[in-house]
Design a protein around this ligand. Structure first.
Ligand code: KIV
Length: 276
């Protein structure tokens, strides 16, 4: 049977969805979850949240480019349809446009993903323009930018006071004007997210930024009920932690009582056909 040629969704496809049917996205860091998500989402983000979710780190700051590339390759192997976007981690792109390009080239060549994401607004606009002009599709990330936690001081929502809107709006406009094909808006008050979405040309992908955005993203483990603590904007669509714990408890009990492995789980001797 001939292989079915399934074309992946591209960054320009996502860009063209501005103002249309909402864009659906989730994070994934593994081949097996990527496989489950692939048919249902428009893009999969290999987010640097993997530092906190997979590795138990306090923040995303210690995440390295090698960690992102390793998990990006796994997600690419597990998916064939969704656009895969890989986060540039802290320290891999801020020093210069050249540093950013070198990191993007590694990510694109070593994972074969379709786009990268980086945090920052006005201060990153020249870098975004430089990357886009050189063939790198860039997704922006404004509002709460977790890589800046050490200067922000907390993960609290932004723009809940109208007096704080101007710099966030300027960040979003700078990212869009620099050529980003889409931007994540994280933890921003609803009216500001609505204003940004109305005023920028590229799609906005909200995480804690209201239904006014052009699309939505959540961290998979948060929405599946695997993360012990989640922000207010997360809706839990599953309670996997309880399921996993119950399964592990059953397994431990059955091993201790020698109920497992049962006859269905062992290899019997081959039956020899008699020659007489
Ligand atoms: O790293 C991540 O998971 C993200 C999402 C919060 C959008 O950037």
């Amino acid at each position: 049977m001939a292989d079915i040629d399934i074309r992946r969704i591209t960054a320009p496809d996502i860009r063209a969805r501005k103002g249309g049917e909402p864009i659906v996205a989730l994070t994934s860091y593994h081949a097996h979850t990527a496989r489950l998500l692939d048919a249902h989402v428009d893009f999969i983000l290999v987010g640097d949240s993997l530092g906190m979710v997979m590795h138990g780190l306090e923040t995303t700051v210690p995440v390295t480019l090698d960690m992102m590339i390793l998990q990006g390759r796994a997600v690419m192997r597990g998916s064939k349809r969704a656009l895969v976007v890989v986060d540039l981690p802290f320290g891999s792109y801020e020093a210069s446009k050249e540093q950013a390009f070198a990191s993007c080239a590694r990510v694109l060549k070593e994972t074969h993903c379709g786009a990268v994401k980086l945090e920052g607004g006005v201060r990153m606009a020249d870098t975004i323009r430089f990357l886009v002009e050189r063939g790198v599709p860039v997704m922006g990330h404004v509002g709460l930018t977790p890589q800046a936690i050490n200067t922000l001081g907390s993960f609290r929502a932004r723009g809940r006071d109208q007096a704080d809107w101007a710099p966030i709006l300027a960040d979003a406009k700078a990212v869009a004007e620099a050529g980003a094909f889409a931007m994540v808006i994280e933890a921003v008050a609803e009216p500001l997210a609505r204003k940004i979405t109305a005023e920028v040309k590229c799609p906005t992908i909200g995480i804690g930024a209201s239904p006014a955005c052009d699309g939505q993203i959540l961290v998979l483990e948060d929405m599946l009920g695997l993360s012990p603590r989640v922000p207010r904007f997360v809706k839990r669509y599953g309670e996997l932690a309880a399921h996993i714990e119950a399964a592990v408890k059953d397994y431990a009990r059955e091993v201790r009582s020698r109920e497992f492995p049962g006859s269905a789980n062992v290899y019997p001797l081959k039956t020899r056909s008699s020659s007489s």
